[in-house]
Write a protein that binds this ligand. Structure first.
Ligand SMILES: NC(=O)C1=CN([C@@H]2O[C@H](COP(=O)(O)OP(=O)(O)OC[C@H]3O[C@@H](n4cnc5c(N)ncnc54)[C@H](O)[C@@H]3O)[C@@H](O)[C@H]2O)C=CC1
Ligand SMILES: O=C(O)[C@@H]1CCC=N1
Length: 279
């Protein structure tokens, strides 16, 4: 996360929530390191203009139909940040413009390296990041396709290490990782939303309710990180015997919270398989 490995020029095709998070990580200044040259594209001219206003080399396909070809010209790494259903078409369209050794990295849910390899002759890596990459605290699973060498995988690792932690794993586990760390920030934000509503139901104004809910989550996760203790031990420290927390935790466990999380992850996995099948 701290040391920046020298990276070749990078193109990001599709700079929305996830592509934008990766872009922000890449643009964070690192002492003693030159900025990584990055070209990015979006569909709409409005979002490309907003990026240009922040100093990003951005073009929109709506405005310039050759924008994607421009972005990949001379790029050593091409990150595909478009929707899963667009990956094959976008990659096939890009194929004639790609440098032969350019590494293509897709972050799309469900789309396999075999599917990408059928669309372009380049080496491919499949990655599953998450939006905390925006603040350098992402978790990214990476898996190499059949044409990618160890050096290509290292390149993908180096790129995603700039925006957080990287886990190398077999492609058969990428969808499962996605159900936990890829989607996980949404589960956390949902819990904060529900926690806020519970505070409002107790009579607090929305501002105070949000402050209590958000700062409690942030404080608890900082404590988890700083202490190095297990979450179970930290929970025990809050749960006084015969106290108030014990009652609340009993309600949550009585609602089979464990099964609920397992079911949610299974639902996400099933959807990844649908996306892989093109639906
Ligand atoms: N949002 C998330 O937390 C995560 C998303 N992903 C994956 O990232 C990909 C993108 O998802 P989001 O960022 O959420 O979607 P998004 O809708 O925010 O971003 C998609 C971007 O692609 C651009 N775009 C559409 N067609 C294009 C084209 N032909 N050429 C160039 N740009 C084009 C759009 O303008 C937009 O900027 C998906 O494949 C998703 O599975 C992966 C991990 C986490
Ligand atoms: O919801 C999705 O399909 C993407 C993949 C993981 C997080 N967002």
């Amino acid at each position: 996360m701290s040391e920046r490995a020298p990276l070749p020029p990078i193109a990001i095709i599709g700079t929305g929530s996830m592509g934008g998070a990766i872009l922000s990580g890449l643009r964070r200044p690192v002492e003693g390191a030159d900025p990584v040259p990055v070209r990015v594209t979006t569909r709409s001219e409005a979002s490309a203009a907003a990026l240009r206003a922040e100093g990003v080399d951005a073009r929109a396909i709506e405005h310039d139909s050759s924008a994607n070809a421009w972005a990949v010209e001379g790029a050593g790494v091409v990150v595909l940040g478009v929707k899963p259903a667009q990956i094959v078409d976008v990659l096939a369209e890009l194929a004639p413009s790609l440098d032969a050794d350019a590494l293509v990295i897709s972050v799309a849910a469900g789309i396999t390296t075999a599917t990408m390899e059928a669309a372009a002759p380049n080496p491919v890596v499949r990655a599953m990041p998450n939006t905390p990459s925006l603040v350098g605290r992402g978790v990214t699973g990476v898996s190499a396709g059949s044409r990618a060498t160890a050096a290509h995988l290292t390149l993908a690792d180096d790129l995603f290490r700039l925006v957080g932690t990287v886990v190398e794993l077999p492609e058969s586990q990428i969808d499962a990782l996605s159900t936990i760390s890829g989607s996980g920030p949404a589960y956390v934000f949902l819990l904060i939303e529900e926690f806020t509503k519970a505070a409002q139901a107790m009579g607090f104004d929305e501002d105070v309710a949000r402050l209590m809910a958000e700062q409690t989550f942030i404080g608890a996760t900082r404590l988890l990180e700083a202490s190095g203790d297990d979450p179970e031990e930290l929970r025990r420290q809050v749960t006084s015997p015969k106290g108030t927390t014990e009652r609340a935790v009993a309600v949550l466990q009585g609602a089979e919270l464990d099964r609920l999380f397992a079911r949610a992850a299974e639902a996400a996995l099933a959807r990844a398989r649908e996306l892989a099948a093109g639906s």
